[in-house]
Design a protein around this ligand. Structure first.
Ligand code: ARG
Length: 554
């Protein structure tokens, strides 16, 4: 729409106009778009007032209803009825595919997301990675890419030596079966407590990890069992969130794929010794990337190098995205640099998508000291609270459990996704579940309300538009912006653009519905019902892109 208007202006002014020159005035009285003519005065050797008047005298376009020259501005009033009619028709016809593009042309984007560590609780950080990564996958899919979601499970590293040691000393099978992660976490915490008193435990832990790396059958069997039990617990969370993965290849998967990378680093003369360890030196100011410890053990970075190369070979991605917290920024910069030094051009297509912490009472939630909020409990609590709200406000509602789950989980997802991911966010169940304010339930409720209106109206087959009032116009303008929001969110890998968009649309719809007599004004009913239907289509699609459910009744 903006492009067409620009072309119309350009053809009568001879000025090469750019999109940003067209402003959106804050008040509807000043039109839908305004073009300030001051910047052209010098080139055209005319006053801005004269330029504006000339443009107004000759500009003509089916989308422009009228143009006014005011103090050197061209104020443009759009032909709302024509625009609204075309837009509503388009959305009704395209339905959920409204806003889809084929920009990606099928190109694969691998997305490293979630990636919790086995035998450890699924942390708030893993929740953020899961929901942000999942939404990014949905956005990329909507833009014609082929997302591949990889859950790079943290199932290797020295901590497993400690855990094996602790389990053999103090653990038992029954407890692990009952509550795997809680039990394993307790053992891990105990290991650290006891190791503070008796440091020989650390040596035992290291020896146990060495045995694991050397393929000791007992150690491997125990490790494998911890992994199976942990994954079962994680799966319950993924089921609640409605997230699936294309691959669960975690760190251990790369155990036999690192040697060729280390060899290649060596062959290219990139590996140097430093304090007995093998490292790759990087640009000035950046610490070297650790590849092998003095005892020959490989590291987190070594596994990520092997994984990056393996993914490129397997998927031939156009982009490789890692949704991992801010605190790992240096790690990903290093991995990318090392890949570049190896001569891999595609290292440039690696993107770390960092995010901030989830805080409670201003503090980070820690897993180490046992002060841990288990995520499953949090989600269950959100669902319970949602259930309670429904019982109070809408006791006769059908399918209460399903709706409560959609609302509880949606609230948690939305409160995360509405903020720009780089920000730290404060976790507060009560606020995120409120139906007022910028919350998931607010958007879900607006959508359910729209559905309930449509149920009362029944089937409508055609509509005409006599006039579009200001309230309707606000909603229509937002609907028109949905495709741009989708494209921007995918380009910037930023779901918050869609979350904010959904809030804006829900607000515009609520204020339209609050100010216009939709059900009693029979002449305008077909048009307004059609408009409301497009609102549900776009709200539902926005929520889907965030990974949220959108109940039709709540
Ligand atoms: N398991 C790691 C953690 O919990 C995150 C892994 C992120 N992905 C990666 N390719 N390094 O901190």
């Amino acid at each position: 729409m903006k492009k067409e208007i620009l072309q119309a202006l350009q053809s009568v002014s001879q000025i090469p106009l750019e999109e940003y020159m067209l402003e959106r005035p804050a008040h509807a009285q000043l039109g839908d778009f305004a073009l300030p003519c001051f910047p052209f005065a010098r080139v055209l050797r005319k006053s801005p007032v004269a330029i504006a008047e000339e443009i107004v005298a000759s500009v003509k376009h089916p989308l422009i209803k009228r143009a006014e020259a005011v103090n050197g501005y061209v104020n443009l009033f759009l032909n709302r009825e024509v625009i609204a009619h075309t837009l509503i028709q388009t959305i009704l016809q395209q339905s959920a595919s409204f806003g889809s593009t084929n920009e990606g042309d099928g190109g694969v984007v691998s997305i490293d997301l979630s990636s919790p560590n086995i035998a450890k609780p699924f942390s708030m950080g893993h929740l953020r990675s899961t929901v942000i990564g999942n939404s990014i996958a949905l956005l990329l899919d909507k833009n014609g890419y082929t997302p591949v979601k990889i859950n790079y499970i943290g199932d290797w590293g020295t901590q497993f030596g400690k855990l094996l040691t602790a389990y053999r000393k103090w653990g038992n099978e029954e407890d692990v079966r009952q509550a795997p992660i809680e039990t394993l976490l307790r053992l891990y915490i105990r290991f650290h407590e006891e190791a503070e008193k008796d440091s020989s435990l650390n040596d035992e832990g290291r020896a146990a990890f060495k045995a694991l790396e050397d393929g000791d059958t007992d150690a491997l069997a125990l490790w494998d069992w911890f992994k199976t039990e942990s994954l079962k617990e994680f799966q319950r969370i993924y089921d609640l969130l409605g997230v699936t993965f294309d691959s669960y290849n975690g760190e251990a998967y790369y155990n036999n794929k690192m040697e060729p990378v280390v060899q290649e680093l060596e062959d290219k003369g990139l590996l140097v010794e430093s304090d007995g360890a093998m490292v790759v030196e990087l640009e000035e100011g950046m610490p070297p990337c650790l590849i092998k410890k003095s005892d020959g053990a490989t590291l987190y970075a070594t596994r990520d190098l092997a994984a990056a190369i393996d993914r490129k070979n397997k998927y031939d991605f156009v982009k490789s995205v890692y949704v991992v917290g801010n605190e790992q920024s240096l790690h990903f910069t290093q991995v990318k640099e090392v890949l570049g030094k190896l001569g891999h051009e595609w290292a440039k297509t690696i993107v770390h998508v960092p995010f901030g912490l989830i805080l409670q009472g201003g503090k980070k939630m820690s897993t180490r000291k046992g002060k841990i909020v288990l995520l499953e409990k949090v989600l269950k609590e959100a669902i319970e609270l949602a259930k309670k709200n429904i019982k109070e406000k809408n006791p006769t509602l059908a399918h209460q459990s399903e709706v409560a789950e959609a609302v509880g989980v949606g609230a948690v997802l939305f409160s995360d996704l509405k903020q720009h991911r780089k920000h730290d966010i404060e976790f507060n169940l009560e606020t995120m579940l409120q139906v007022e304010g910028e919350t998931g339930p607010y958007v879900q409720y607006a959508n359910a309300r729209a559905h309930s209106i449509l149920r009362r109206v029944g089937e409508i087959d055609s509509f005409t538009i006599n006039e579009v009032n200001d309230h309707e116009w606000e909603t229509i303008k937002l609907l028109e912006q949905f495709p741009q929001a989708v494209k921007r969110a995918a380009d910037d890998l930023d779901p918050s653009i869609i979350a904010k968009y959904a809030i804006d649309l829900a607000q515009a719809f609520n204020s339209f519905y609050g100010n216009v007599q939709v059900l009693t004004d029979h002449g305008n009913l077909p048009y307004r019902a059609a408009l409301i239907e497009t609102v549900t289509i776009v709200l539902t699609e926005s929520m889907r892109l965030l990974g949220m459910q959108s109940p039709k009744e709540m």
